[in-house]
Design a protein around this ligand. Structure first.
Ligand SMILES: Cc1cc2nc3c(=O)[nH]c(=O)nc-3n(C[C@H](O)[C@H](O)[C@H](O)COP(=O)(O)OP(=O)(O)OC[C@H]3O[C@@H](n4cnc5c(N)ncnc54)[C@H](O)[C@@H]3O)c2cc1C
Length: 380
């Protein structure tokens, strides 16, 4: 039976970064994913993921995203491709709403470069965007987007070059522990490992059902709309990544045109949102999804109100408080769960891989992981 220092279960955003940092540190690493690497069946596809430095959600994420941005730049240099595109970000809402006020406060408190734009200035600089009356924006020049498939591929290629063994189309069926570590059973065989890391994304709640780890899958839809003759104002020269929170139309986020043709956007819904079984094929994106996005596009980005070009479904991997879990699995000496990033985690994944390495090597890391402990759900 093959023996490894570490087995990483799930080679998506978090798992690929963990495999890279662990193998670069000289450990023998097995990474297994039930699907292709990368794939379009989890949470890490669709060509772009927003990276904001001043996060409206909470300043607790700022050190993590700052380290992640450095690591994305380093990864890009190593693989010779741009992975983090620093094209700026806009957080747009009425001034008393969290998107604007939370982002402004995070930028001020953490000394992150930013500008405050009123509606007229937004219109002047970013003609594609038609904010509602009285909306304001926080512009952050150091933010932008990460290319997720490219990031996973770069981490995996470099991990393999450093000696990691990565298997696609191999599903973990279960694991048991003993004095020597863990025995992992997959569809293809059994492996011994001293340490185990579960990075199974939207499947974590199922994979760790016995430990009652509260991660649930939510079906989300991304859409790409044709900009017809207006493509110039939807290029990354004229439009950064954006979030717009409208009382009437909903909370949407999106990107300038990149990779896949068209103007890309998606919707963020409040939790609790309907949880689904990630093993049951997702309902395909349909006319109802298109209509939902179009009512927003028509008002806020009217230049992109053309035919839909693509739609994709994807999973959010939600925890009850929409904050991630990075912790030891209860009762285990060296089995860890890393996930539940609840629809905002890709940006951090480069730094999360480094954290996984430090937890395995030292049992601790340079970040305060208290907010991400599992115990918060039992002792709120
Ligand atoms: C529509 C959408 C938009 C988003 N927008 C943003 C954004 O703008 N910015 C941002 O930072 N984040 C964003 N996110 C969130 C971000 O993409 C996720 O938080 C992140 O990708 C999660 O990574 P992960 O590694 O946990 O999951 P995944 O990348 O899905 O990886 C989990 C992997 O585990 C594998 N797996 C599961 N069970 C098993 C098993 N038993 N055996 C083997 N393999 C298994 C799966 O096949 C999968 O490949 C978005 C997510 C979605 C869906």
């Amino acid at each position: 039976m093959r023996t490894f220092d570490v087995a990483v279960i799930g080679v998506g955003g978090m798992g690929s970064a963990a495999c890279y940092h662990l193998s670069k540190a000289g450990l023998s690493v097995l990474g297994v994913d039930q699907f292709s690497i990368p794939n379009t069946r989890g949470s890490s596809h669709g060509s772009t993921r927003i990276l904001r430095l001043g996060l409206h959600e909470s300043t607790k994420y700022v050190p993590l995203v700052q380290r992640a941005a450095q690591l994305w730049d380093e990864l890009g240099e190593q693989c010779g491709q741009t992975i983090f595109h620093r094209i700026g970000s806009l957080d747009v809402s009425l001034p008393d709403k969290a998107i604007f006020s939370g982002s402004l406060s995070a930028c001020e408190r953490c000394d992150i470069a930013h500008e405050v734009l009123d509606r007229a200035e937004i219109r002047k600089r970013h003609p594609a965007l038609m904010p509602e009356p009285n909306m304001m924006a926080v512009f952050q020049p150091g933010s932008g987007f990460v290319a997720p498939e490219m990031a996973i591929s770069a981490h995996v290629n470099l991990a393999i070059a450093a000696g990691a063994e990565i298997h696609g189309h191999e599903r973990m069926l279960g694991w048991t522990s003993d004095a020597g570590g863990y025995l992992v059973t997959t569809t293809h065989g059994q492996y011994r490992t001293r340490h185990l890391i579960i990075t199974a994304g939207a499947w974590i709640g199922k994979v760790l059902a016995a430990a009652a780890v509260p991660v649930q899958a939510e079906r989300c839809v991304l859409g790409w709309f044709s900009t017809g003759p207006n493509s110039a104002i939807f290029s990354d020269k004229k439009l950064p990544v954006w979030i717009v929170d409208s009382e009437e139309l909903g909370h949407f986020y999106g990107f300038p045109a990149h990779g896949i043709p068209g103007f890309k956007l998606g919707r963020l819904r409040e939790i609790p949102s309907p949880a689904i079984d990630p093993d049951i094929p997702r309902r395909e994106a349909d006319r109802e999804d298109e209509d939902d996005m179009r009512s927003f596009v028509r008002e806020i980005f009217p230049g992109a109100n053309g035919p839909v070009l693509s739609m994709e479904t994807c999973f959010f991997e939600n925890t009850p408080d929409r904050s991630p879990i990075i912790d030891r699995i209860p009762g285990e000496a060296s089995a860890w769960v890393v996930g539940g990033f609840s629809g905002h985690g890709f940006k951090y994944s480069s730094a999360v891989g480094e954290i996984a390495r430090d937890l395995i090597l030292r049992g601790e890391c340079n970040f305060d992981l208290t907010p991400f402990r599992l115990s918060r759900f039992s002792n709120p």
